[in-house]
Ligand binder design. Structure first.
Ligand code: S3P
Length: 193
């Protein structure tokens, strides 16, 4: 399932922008807005996996296992990277796979939305639907995921920071500027709504 662009001008994006980062970084919210600015479609890999399996992510983890989910994730990312450039928000674990990283490096532009623990926690604490945090001390889990994953996310071509209280538009602006500076856009992006 993907959001098709409205009658927006395309900014001539040369590759798919792949948003990576921990749960709560704002990948989906930022991604949707970024896609509008670039005049391309927005796709969320979690949503694609859910549609293909006809199950929610918690159901997939419960009925099968994490590996089953990761296989679906890998297939979705590989397929989307062969299609026309879009903005792709990935689940927080997707970039950990060496195979996914190599595919993204070859065919896309990895953008890490980096946020600190408190910012992430604020955004995920009241939300369900994240099986990895479905435990007694979800904040401690989030913290250990941060320690384990941040050195890997460092491999992203572009890194932007998201701070608690900052509107998501600030992150969108930073990504657009980085894409322009690195020559990935051949035309001007759309103006903000
Ligand atoms: C996961 C993050 C989730 C989802 C799944 C596993 C992870 O996506 O893919 O629950 O490993 O961090 P979000 O990062 O969009 O919450």
């Amino acid at each position: 399932m993907s959001d098709t662009p409205t009658a927006l001008q395309s900014a001539g994006l040369d590759r798919t922008v792949v948003l990576v980062g921990l749960m709560g970084a704002g990948k989906s919210t930022v991604g949707r807005r970024l896609a509008e600015r670039l005049g391309v479609k927005f796709v969320d890999s979690d949503t694609e996996i859910e549609a293909a399996a006809d199950m929610t992510i918690p159901e997939i983890f419960e009925r099968f296992d994490e590996q089953y989910f990761r296989d679906g994730e890998r297939r979705v990312i590989a397929r989307l990277l062969t299609e026309e450039p879009c903005v792709l928000a990935t689940g927080g674990g997707a970039f950990l796979s060496e195979e996914n990283r190599a595919l993204i490096e070859e065919n896309g532009i990895a953008v890490w939305i980096k946020a600190d623990l408190e910012t992430l926690w604020e955004r995920v604490r009241d939300r369900s639907g994240r099986p990895l945090l479905n435990a007694e001390n979800p904040k401690a889990i989030l913290s250990s995921l941060l320690d384990a994953r941040y050195p890997i996310y460092e491999a992203a071509e572009i890194v932007v920071k998201s701070k608690s209280g900052d509107p998501h538009e600030v992150v969108v602006d930073a990504i657009v500027a980085a894409l322009q500076n690195s020559g990935h856009l051949t035309a001007a992006p759309n103006t903000k709504e």
